[in-house]
Ligand binder design. Structure first.
Ligand SMILES: [Zn+2]
Length: 1008
C-alpha cells in the first residue's frame, strides 16, 4: 500500500534534488519500473482514473494512480477532472494555462513560448527535469551544442567522452498535430505533473537524467476548432457532428507532410525548438491505430539518407516499448507494421534528418472524449509474429484508455533514455560526426547551385528551404572547376539534346565543369548534411520493392520540383574552392535600375513576378511573344514590357519590385516585338465543404504572394448565376477524395444541418469561410453556373479530380482521362515537355519541366464529341505470311495496301476518319478543339524521382490541356502544379494562365 510519508523524507529529497546533477548520487533506473510504495497518492483522482479506464488491462501500474502534491496543482485544476475524463477536451489556452500553473508551482518545470500560429495562437514548449538540471540548463545546452557540432571539438572523441558523461539528454514530445486525434494534450499535462511531483525511484531517475521537453499542442489552430466541434456535439448529442472542414489555417492532415518544405509555422517552430535544445529524440503523438503502434520501426523501405545508427535506435526504442508494455499486460502494443519510413516529410522525421531519433506513436482514439464501443477490422486484430497480443475485435474505449497507453509508453521510453543516456549521447555524437565526414565516407562532397541558373527566384526559394532546415550555405568567392558526372540532370538543356545518345548510355565519366563566382555551395561536411542530401538528391522506388503500398509520395527531388539546378559533386576538391558562409536569409535583390518611361521585367518564372503584377497598379503590361534585345541586354520570351506607369508611380513600382525581389530595368523606349497582354484578373479560389486539404496548399501560396482573390465555396457557386460579372479566373484545385461525383452531391441531406460558423458556442469555427450547413454540394445549378462563367469569357482551372468532374459533366468534349491498365505512379516526379514552347503557359520555363504526379493521371484528346479516340495498334488478322505481311484474299486481285496514317503524337487528337466525319454533329469545330499545352516526357526520360511502373502507358500523353468553351476556356491539369510548398518549378503554369488568360482562347485559336 502506498502511504503518506514523513516530512523528514521530503526534506532529504529536497536537499538531494537541489545538488547539481554531477554531485548528486546518480539515481539508477530500477530494473523493474514501478511506483514507490512510499509515494503519496491522490485517492480521489486515482479512483476516477480507475473508473474512466474501461478494463484493468488498459492501464498500467505506472498510470493507474495519481501522485499527490501539497503544492503543485494537478491537471484537474484546469480540467475540473482527471486527464482523459469523458466529456472534457481543453482548448489550447487552457492547456497552456495549466503548464504555466505547473511552472509557477514547481522549480522542476519551465515554460517557453516558441511562437504563434498562422492565426496568432501561442505554441509553447515545456521543460520538465530536476531543479538542478533546469538551473544549469544553459551549461547543459552548451555541452550538447558541442556534441551536436563535432567541429567545435575538432572531432575529438576524448573530449566528447567527458561531455557525454556529464550531459543530460533532451527528449522532445509533441502532441496533437492532427486535430481529430485529441488525446495527447491531457496525457501530456498529466505526464508533466507526474514527472514534476512523483518521488518513485524510476521517476526520479528520469527527472535527474533526462530533460523532457513537451509541446502539448502542435496544431494550435486546429485544436481549438476541434474542441468547438466536440463541445457542439456535447450540446447537440443527437445531431450529426459538423465535419472538421479546417484543421490548421491552410492544411489538415498534410501538416504532417511539411517537414521538407517548411512552409507552416508549426514545422519551423518545432524544428527551431528541437535544434535550440539540441534534443536527441523527437517523439510525435498520433491516434489512429489500436492500441499502440510505435510506427517508426514500421517497415521498409527506410529512407535512403539516414544513418544506419538511427535505424538501430528505432529498433531499440520500439522493441523496448513492446517488451515492457507486454510485461505490464497491456494488449495491442506493436512496432513492426506497414508504415514505410521512406519520405522525410513527417514532423518526427526532422529528428532523423538532424542526427536525432525520430519516433511516432499511433494510439487508439475516438476523435473526442466520449467513451464508445468500437469494432475493429480483422487486419487490426489478428495475431501476427510481431503482434502476439493483438487488440480486441470489439472494445469499449475511452479517452482515459488512450491517455494510459500514451503515458505508459512515454514513461517507459523516458526511463530507457535515462538508463541509456550515455549510449544515446554517444550515438548522437557519432551520428553528428558521420554527417560531417560524409564527403569522405559515402559522399557526395557538396551540391553546387550555379550562379547563372535560369530561374534565380526558384533557386533562392530552394536555398531558403535549406536555411529553414538549418543547413549551412556557402557562396563561391571566385569561379572554380571540379569534376562532375555527366548526368542528365546536371547538363544544360542544350547539352542534353546534343548528348541524347550518350545520355541513354548513362555515361558517368567525370568531366571538369567550371562554376561561376557567386555559385552557391551546400557542403556535405556539416552536421545537417543529411537534411540537404535527402532533399537535393533523386529518389528511386523500385517497382519490385516488396513494399507494395507506399505510405506517401515516393519522390520529392527538390531541385527537379523547383526547376533549378543542383549539381551533385563527389569530387572533394569542391570543398577547397574559395567560398564564404551565407549568414543572412537568401533573397533576391529587386528594384528599378536605369531610367526611362518603359520598364522591362526579364521573365525568369519567379513567383515574385506574379506578386509584382498586382503591385504594378493600372500600368499597361505586355509579355513579349519572342526573345528580344534592349539596351544591349538579352531578354527571354515572356519578358514584361510595362508602359504608361506615371512617373510618380515609379517609386511605387520600385518598392513593389524591391519587396517582390524582382529586378526591373527602366529603358527609354519599348522594344519592337510582338506582345500579349498581361492582365490583372479578378480571381476566385473555389473550395468544397467536404475537404479543404489539397486546396489549402493553393490558398497558402496565393496568401504568401499577397495576391488578391475571393475565397468561395461550391455552395456560393450554386447560388450565383453571374459569376462572370465578378471574376475573370476561377481556380478549382483538387479536392482529393478520389470521387468527383461527391463534389456535386455533397453530403447526404437527411438529419439536421451541419453548421460551420462563428457562434458563442463555437467561437473558433467560421472565419476562413462559413456556412449554415456543410451538406449541400456544388449541385447541378453550380455546374451550370460554372459553364456559363466559361461561356461568357472566364477561365476555369480544374486539377486532377476537379478536372475529371468537368470532363465527366460534358464541359470538355474531346477530352477524356486515360484509362491506364498497369501503370503505377505514387506521388512521383515526372518529366514534362511543352509541345509548343511559344505558348504563354511556358513563359519563364525551359523546354522541359519536372512535375508532380499523384497517381499518373493523363488525358487523351479527340476531334469528335463522340468517339474519335486513338486506339492502340492491333495485330494483323490471321492470314497468309508473317506478322508484318498483309493478307491476300484468293480469286481476285489484291487491294492496294491502305495509306500509312499520318503520324499523330500521343498527346494530340488523330484526324477523324471518313465514317466519323459523316456524323457531322459530333465533329468538334476547329476553333473549339482541345489542345495540349503540356505533355509527359518520353518513356526513357519519364521518371525523374520516385516510383514509375509501366511508364510506357503514360509517356507522351497530355498533362495539361486547354479547352475552348464559348468565349472562354477551361484549363485542365492532370498533374498538381501547387503541392506542399515543394513544386515551385511548376507554379508559373498557373500564374501564366491567370495573367495571360485572354491570350489562350483567342491567340490559341488563331494558331490553329
Ligand atoms: Zn495522425
Amino acid at each position: 500500500m502506498r502511504r503518506f510519508v514523513f516530512p523528514v523524507f521530503w526534506a532529504v529529497l529536497l536537499l538531494v534534488s537541489l545538488l547539481p546533477a554531477s554531485l548528486a548520487a546518480q539515481t539508477r533506473v530500477p530494473a523493474e519500473l514501478k511506483p514507490s510504495a512510499e509515494q503519496p497518492i491522490d485517492a480521489g483522482a486515482t479512483a476516477k482514473i480507475r473508473r474512466y479506464t474501461t478494463a484493468p488491462e488498459f492501464n498500467s501500474p505506472l498510470t493507474d494512480y495519481l501522485p499527490a502534491s501539497a503544492t503543485v496543482p494537478s491537471p484537474s485544476a484546469v480540467l475540473g477532472d482527471v486527464a482523459g475524463a469523458p466529456g472534457i477536451l481543453p482548448y489550447t489556452a487552457e492547456v497552456n494555462r495549466y503548464f504555466r500553473m505547473l511552472a509557477a508551482a514547481s522549480p522542476r518545470v519551465r515554460v517557453i513560448s516558441i511562437g504563434t500560429s498562422e492565426e496568432g495562437r501561442e505554441r509553447i514548449a515545456v521543460a520538465v527535469s530536476s531543479e538542478a538540471n533546469l538551473e544549469h540548463q544553459e551549461e547543459n545546452t552548451a555541452r550538447l551544442a558541442q556534441l551536436a557540432d563535432p567541429r567545435l571539438l575538432k572531432m575529438d572523441d576524448a573530449q566528447a567522452a567527458s561531455l557525454i558523461t556529464s550531459s543530460v539528454p533532451v527528449y522532445y514530445i509533441t502532441g496533437t498535430i492532427h486535430s481529430p486525434e485529441t488525446g495527447a494534450p491531457t496525457a501530456l499535462m498529466e505526464l508533466a505533473y507526474r514527472l514534476a511531483v512523483d518521488e518513485s525511484p524510476y521517476i526520479r531517475a528520469i527527472r535527474e537524467h533526462v530533460i523532457t521537453l513537451i509541446t502539448p499542442v502542435v496544431e494550435v489552430d486546429g485544436r481549438d476548432r476541434m474542441v468547438d466541434v466536440y463541445r457542439w456535439h456535447l450540446a447537440h448529442p443527437k445531431a450529426n457532428v459538423p465535419l472538421l472542414s479546417y484543421w490548421g489555417h491552410y492544411v489538415a492532415h498534410d501538416n504532417n507532410r511539411d517537414a521538407m518544405g517548411m512552409t507552416l509555422s508549426l514545422s519551423r517552430q518545432v524544428l527551431d525548438t528541437y535544434l535550440a535544445w539540441h534534443a536527441q529524440v523527437l517523439h510525435d503523438l498520433h491516434e489512429s491505430v489500436p492500441f499502440l503502434y510505435d510506427n517508426t520501426v514500421g517497415d521498409g523501405p527506410y529512407n535512403a539518407w539516414v544513418d544506419p545508427i538511427l535505424t538501430n535506435e528505432w529498433q531499440m526504442f520500439g522493441w523496448t516499448n513492446v517488451a515492457q508494455m507486454t510485461k505490464l499486460g497491456m494488449p495491442g502494443v506493436f512496432t513492426h507494421g506497414d508504415f514505410d519510413t521512406w519520405s522525410p516529410g513527417y514532423l518526427m522525421f526532422m529528428a532523423a534528418m538532424h542526427n536525432g531519433v525520430s519516433r511516432l506513436y499511433e494510439t487508439f482514439g475516438n476523435g473526442g472524449a466520449d467513451t464508445e464501443t468500437r469494432e475493429l477490422d480483422a487486419s487490426a486484430t489478428s495475431r501476427t509474429w510481431y503482434r502476439q497480443n493483438p487488440p480486441y475485435r470489439t472494445v469499449s474505449w475511452s479517452q482515459r484508455n488512450n491517455n494510459n497507453y500514451e503515458e505508459t509508453g512515454l514513461l517507459i521510453s523516458l526511463a530507457f533514455t535515462a538508463e541509456n543516456r550515455e549510449l544515446l549521447l554517444r550515438s548522437f555524437w557519432e551520428k553528428s560526426k558521420r554527417s560531417i565526414t560524409k564527403p569522405e565516407r559515402e559522399g557526395p562532397a557538396a551540391y553546387v547551385l550555379p550562379a547563372d541558373d535560369r530561374r534565380p527566384g526558384a533557386q533562392a526559394e530552394l536555398l531558403r528551404v535549406l536555411q529553414l532546415q538549418h543547413v549551412e550555405i556557402s557562396r563561391a568567392d571566385r569561379p572554380f572547376t571540379v569534376a562532375v558526372e555527366r548526368d542528365k540532370d546536371t547538363d544544360t538543356d542544350k547539352d542534353r539534346d546534343k548528348n541524347k545518345d550518350t545520355d541513354k548510355a548513362k555515361d558517368k565519366t567525370p568531366t571538369p565543369r567550371t562554376f561561376p563566382a557567386g555559385s552557391y555551395v551546400v557542403r556535405m561536411d556539416q552536421p545537417f548534411s543529411r537534411a540537404a542530401d535527402a532533399l537535393l538528391d533523386r529518389q528511386y522506388w523500385s517497382p519490385d520493392d516488396p513494399q507494395k503500398h507506399p505510405y506517401d509520395d515516393t519522390g520529392w527531388c527538390f531541385p527537379a520540383l523547383f526547376d533549378t539546378e543542383a549539381v551533385r559533386v563527389t569530387d572533394r576538391q569542391v570543398l577547397a574552392a574559395p567560398m564564404s558562409r551565407v549568414e543572412a536569409p537568401v533573397r533576391l535583390r529587386g528594384g528599378v535600375s536605369g531610367s526611362g518611361p518603359v520598364l522591362l521585367v526579364a521573365q525568369r518564372g519567379d513567383d515574385a513576378m506574379f506578386r509584382l503584377r498586382y503591385g504594378l497598379g493600372d500600368a499597361t503590361v505586355d509579355a513579349a511573344a519572342e526573345p528580344f534585345k534592349a539596351a544591349g541586354r538579352d531578354y527571354p520570351r515572356g519578358t514584361w514590357i510595362v508602359r504608361g506607369a506615371p512617373p510618380e508611380a515609379v517609386d511605387a513600382v520600385s518598392r513593389a519590385a524591391a519587396e517582390a525581389g524582382v529586378a526591373v530595368d527602366a529603358v527609354a523606349a519599348a522594344p519592337k516585338v510582338a506582345t500579349r497582354p498581361v492582365a490583372k484578373p479578378r480571381i476566385a479560389l473555389l473550395h468544397t465543404w467536404i475537404s479543404t486539404q489539397t486546396e489549402g496548399w493553393w490558398r497558402q501560396r496565393l496568401d504568401l504572394l499577397k495576391i488578391p482573390y475571393d475565397y468561395i465555396s461550391t455552395q456560393n457557386v450554386a447560388a450565383d448565376a453571374s459569376l462572370a460579372t465578378r471574376y475573370d479566373v476561377i481556380l478549382f484545385p483538387p479536392v482529393g477524395l478520389g470521387d468527383p461525383q461527391r463534389i456535386v452531391s455533397g453530403l447526404p441531406m437527411w438529419g439536421e444541418p451541419m453548421p460551420w460558423k462563428t457562434t458563442p458556442e463555437t467561437p473558433n469555427l467560421g472565419k476562413i469561410d462559413a456556412t449554415d450547413d456543410q451538406r449541400p454540394g456544388l449541385g447541378f445549378a453550380g455546374l451550370d453556373h460554372l459553364r456559363q462563367f466559361v461561356e461568357q469569357g472566364g477561365l476555369l482551372v480544374g486539377v486532377e479530380d476537379t478536372a475529371q468532374l468537368l470532363i465527366a459533366t460534358g464541359m470538355a468534349p474531346g477530352v477524356r482521362v486515360t484509362n491506364a491498365k498497369s501503370l503505377r505512379v505514387v506521388g512521383s516526379v515526372l518529366d514534362a515537355r511543352f509541345p509548343d514552347p511559344t505558348s504563354p503557359i511556358a513563359d519563364g520555363l525551359g523546354d522541359r519541366l519536372s512535375v508532380y504526379s499523384a497517381e499518373g493521371m493523363s488525358f487523351e484528346l479527340s476531334n469528335a464529341a463522340v468517339g474519335g479516340w486513338t486506339e492502340d495498334e492491333e495485330d494483323r488478322p490471321t492470314g497468309r505470311g508473317g506478322p508484318k505481311d498483309t493478307d491476300v484474299p484468293q480469286g481476285r486481285p489484291a487491294e492496294p495496301p491502305p495509306p500509312t496514317p499520318a503520324k499523330v503524337e500521343r498527346w494530340e487528337a488523330r484526324p477523324l476518319r471518313i465514317e466519323e466525319m459523316r456524323r457531322k454533329f459530333s465533329v468538334i469545330p476547329e476553333a473549339l478543339r482541345p489542345r495540349t499545352l503540356v505533355r509527359f516526357g518520353d518513356a526513357d526520360d519519364l521518371l525523374v524521382s520516385g516510383l514509375l511502373e509501366h511508364g510506357g502507358e503514360l509517356a507522351r500523353r497530355a498533362a495539361v490541356v486547354e479547352v475552348p468553351l464559348g468565349k472562354g476556356h477551361l484549363l485542365l491539369f492532370a498533374i498538381n502544379p501547387i503541392w506542399r510548398g515543394s513544386t515551385i518549378g511548376s507554379h508559373p503554369l498557373v500564374w501564366n494562365a491567370i495573367l495571360q488568360h485572354v491570350s489562350f482562347g483567342a491567340a490559341g485559336a488563331e494558331k490553329r
